[in-house]
Design a protein around this ligand. Structure first.
Ligand code: HEC
Length: 198
């Protein structure tokens, strides 16, 4: 009985010690986390892009394409006047304006090397190089740090692909289109995301 009590005490001490080590470990980790945890801007941009892309694909396939197939309505540029629904590009542009209004410094835009409207052309050499790069290799975003009025921004350009036949059909037939031979999954331009960095 005496021996059993000793073993119990010893096991208790070992477990207590282990708990202390584990707890100490947690405390140290938390302290380190407080000092050093940070998400690289490349990853932040990937997260933001993942959400935008998911919404864009779902809107185009499950809303625009579906409403059209069911002959309910179409997506049209003058959607308010015509009583239809907004274009996928307009959805992204409106989201970009909403986000800009929050004053976070986060900007989202859609651009292309062969745009329907001039305002959607690359704004500078960085954007042009980025759109050319994602057209060649759509899997890899084009990224860099740019400086505007002494402030630094991380900028990332992701390929914007024709995820639905509605993208292809509308762009190929739009009266102002400069390119009329898009196919499903072609790169049609880029989603440009930028946010301030220190
Ligand atoms: C019903 C027509 C229509 C559909 C569907 C459509 N677009 Fe567009 N898209 C436009 C118009 C019009 C603009 C210009 C809108 C503006 O900037 O006011 C535009 C803009 C763009 C731009 C910016 C460059 C430019 O051409 O001005 C890209 C990139 C783009 N669309 C890709 C796509 C993709 C990808 C899809 C499918 C997910 C898609 N579009 C679906 C008509 C359409």
């Amino acid at each position: 009985m005496k021996g059993f009590a000793m073993i119990k005490r010893a096991v208790g001490r070992i477990l207590g010690g282990l708990c202390a080590i584990v707890l100490a470990g947690v405390v140290v980790d938390v302290a380190q986390a407080g000092e050093t945890v940070g998400i690289p801007p490349e990853v932040v941009a990937e997260y933001i892009h993942a959400i935008i892309q998911a919404d864009r694909t779902i809107y185009s396939t499950h809303v625009v394409e579906r409403l059209q197939d069911l002959k309910v309505t179409v997506a049209a540029e003058e959607w308010k006047a015509k009583g239809t629904v907004p274009l996928p590009a307009q959805m992204l542009q409106m989201a970009g304006q909403e986000v800009r209004g929050l004053g976070l410094g986060l900007r989202i835009r859609l651009a292309s090397l062969g745009p329907i409207y001039k305002k959607n052309e690359p704004a500078d050499q960085f954007e042009r190089a980025g759109l050319e790069s994602v057209a060649k290799d759509p899997r890899k975003p084009y990224t860099g740090i740019i400086t505007e009025n002494d402030k630094h921004f991380f900028k990332a350009i992701f390929a914007d692909r024709a995820v639905s036949m509605t993208c292809v059909a509308c762009h190929n037939s739009h009266e102002l289109s400069t390119k009329r031979d898009y196919k499903l999954y072609d790169v049609m331009g880029g989603i440009i995301i930028s946010f301030p960095v220190q």
